[in-house]
Design a protein around this ligand. Structure first.
Ligand SMILES: Cc1cc2nc3c(=O)[nH]c(=O)nc-3n(C[C@H](O)[C@H](O)[C@H](O)COP(=O)(O)OP(=O)(O)OC[C@H]3O[C@@H](n4cnc5c(N)ncnc54)[C@H](O)[C@@H]3O)c2cc1C
Length: 462
């Protein structure tokens, strides 16, 4: 008795005791041998954690970022058909409304309509078609701030920040991961949701090769003042505007609108990107002489100012007109110009065991199809219930049973994403060949018929 009360006094005198007990109801009550370890607190990893939370399955997320805000999350992302399954597959009662929290329309319905619309145009004449994406009952796509969506998905999730997983060991009883700070975590199943450079994939499939498509995507993030923002959006659709000019795509996309938007100071964060195909690298890849990785490394070594000079030359040579031209040209030296790579990871099957992958770790693909993130979340929503049918505590599950369950997941997930990866590659090349081909592929022609038509730029060139 005396020992027990001493222990209680010690626990209650520990400053974090009460908070910890409240915050970690599932994991603190269960043995690590029954929990799911998830590496990566990106869109896929967090969606899986949310699904497991709803199904009452113990889990823990290990994330290399020091905190939720230690790294900028960059661009916005379009989510579409995943919204309904996501809302059905996770606990929503502890979260604010997804649409009004993550999309930029908290400022009211009218602004919302404008903010969610996109336009597609001929970049040298200014002919433009605007697509309204905001019919509330049939949202085609919601452009959300990646930072806000990640924060929203993290609500209520048990995350160990600052944990970079460096090695993985499997045994009959479970799986053990080691982090670069020397900490060790155990679980019954390990899910690598650690993105395109996945360390978990390295353990699972050490010979898996990645490729890089010969697409040069140069980008910068810009903070526009409210006046500049108002000027740009008086002609362009704020969610996303894409101009096509001689096999070049130039896009301007909203990341986050600052609130309240009419006050003085910053109006909004945008990014622009300019993309084109590198013809000589494409020829090498088509002849089977390159997988794009050395090409990618050469591109990655360029400086921000070299990249910017390249962009300015292309904008001038192709005759892109204002206001897109103006937003690009006014990029300041404090706004680094980066390059994004279209890497592909292709996996046909997983070896037996207690480890699997989801999202970009399993099937990175070109971003031009706009579905990779949607599929990362779908992988998670499919995997959650499969794990739940296996892992209800307190039983310890054999590797054979875990393997069989993970195979059910992989047999659906891998072919689905292989198909999307092929479609994404096809769209990427089509988009850079002609505007008409791109519109046909993306189904934009059908949307155009319903949408409002506007024209900007030089009236004489219509
Ligand atoms: C510019 C751009 C625009 C895009 N637009 C769209 C779009 O409109 N629609 C769409 O559907 N998709 C889009 N995508 C794709 C989408 O962003 C990705 O498919 C999605 O983010 C993948 O989610 P994920 O959880 O698999 O990986 P990630 O989001 O990459 O998350 C991986 C996480 O793992 C962590 N991590 C990595 N290594 C370790 C380690 N060793 N230990 C611990 N943690 C680790 C990382 O820090 C990160 O938090 C876009 C991508 C880009 C680059």
């Amino acid at each position: 008795m005396a020992t027990t009360s001493k222990r209680l006094i010690f626990l209650y005198s520990c400053p974090n005791f009460k908070t910890k007990k409240k915050k970690k109801p599932i994991n603190s009550m269960t043995s690590p041998s029954n929990r799911v370890l998830i590496v990566g607190a990106g869109l896929g990893g967090l969606t899986l954690a949310q699904s497991l939370r709803k199904l009452n399955i113990p889990h823990l997320v290990l994330e290399r970022d020091a905190s939720a805000s230690s790294r900028g999350q960059g661009w916005s992302i379009g989510i579409s058909w995943i919204i309904e399954p996501l809302l059905a597959g996770i606990i929503t009662s502890d979260k604010p409304d997804l649409r009004s929290t993550c999309a930029n329309y908290a400022v009211g319905h009218e602004e919302c309509v404008a903010l969610q619309s996109s336009c597609f145009m001929d970049g040298t004449t200014g002919r433009m078609v605007q697509k309204d994406m905001t019919k509330f009952d049939e949202v085609l796509e919601l452009r959300v701030s990646r930072r806000k969506l990640r924060d929203w998905l993290a609500i209520g999730v048990d995350i160990e920040w600052g944990k970079t997983v460096s090695s993985v060991t499997e045994n009959e009883g479970g799986v053990v991961v080691q982090c670069s700070d020397g900490t060790v975590f155990e679980g019954a199943v390990l899910v690598g949701a650690d993105g395109v450079t996945s360390q978990v994939r390295q353990h699972l499939l050490p010979d898996c090769k990645t490729k890089c498509l010969p697409v040069t995507v140069i980008s910068a993030q810009r903070r526009l003042s409210y006046d500049h923002y108002a000027e740009v959006t008086s002609t362009l659709a704020p969610a996303a505007s894409v101009a096509y000019a001689d096999r070049i795509l130039l896009a301007l996309t909203l990341i986050e609108l600052h609130s309240p938007p009419r006050s003085s100071g910053p109006g909004a964060d945008f990014f622009w990107f300019l993309s084109s195909i590198d013809k000589s690298e494409q020829a090498l890849q088509e002849a089977g002489q390159s997988d794009g990785i050395e090409w990618m490394e050469r591109q990655a070594a360029k400086s921000s100012s070299d990249r910017f000079s390249e962009v300015l030359k292309i904008v001038k040579d192709t005759g892109i007109v204002d206001p897109l031209k103006n937003v690009v040209e006014q990029t300041s030296s404090e706004e680094p110009v980066t390059q994004i790579f279209m890497r592909e990871v292709t996996i046909n099957s997983f070896p037996e065991g207690r480890v699997t992958l989801l999202g970009d770790a399993a099937h990175a693909m070109s971003i031009f199809h706009g579905v990779a993130g949607n599929h990362a979340m779908l992988d998670a929503l499919k995997l959650g219930p499969i794990l739940a049918s296996l892992l209800l505590p307190p039983e310890v599950i054999s590797t054979k049973e875990v393997s069989a369950a993970l195979k059910v997941y992989a047999d659906e997930m891998l072919p689905r994403n292989l198909q999307e990866q092929t479609a994404a590659r096809k769209s990427t090349f089509a988009m850079h060949r002609s505007l008409a081909e791109w519109q046909g592929l993306s189904g934009l022609s059908a949307a155009h018929d319903k949408s409002e038509r506007r024209v900007w730029g030089n009236e004489d060139s219509k």
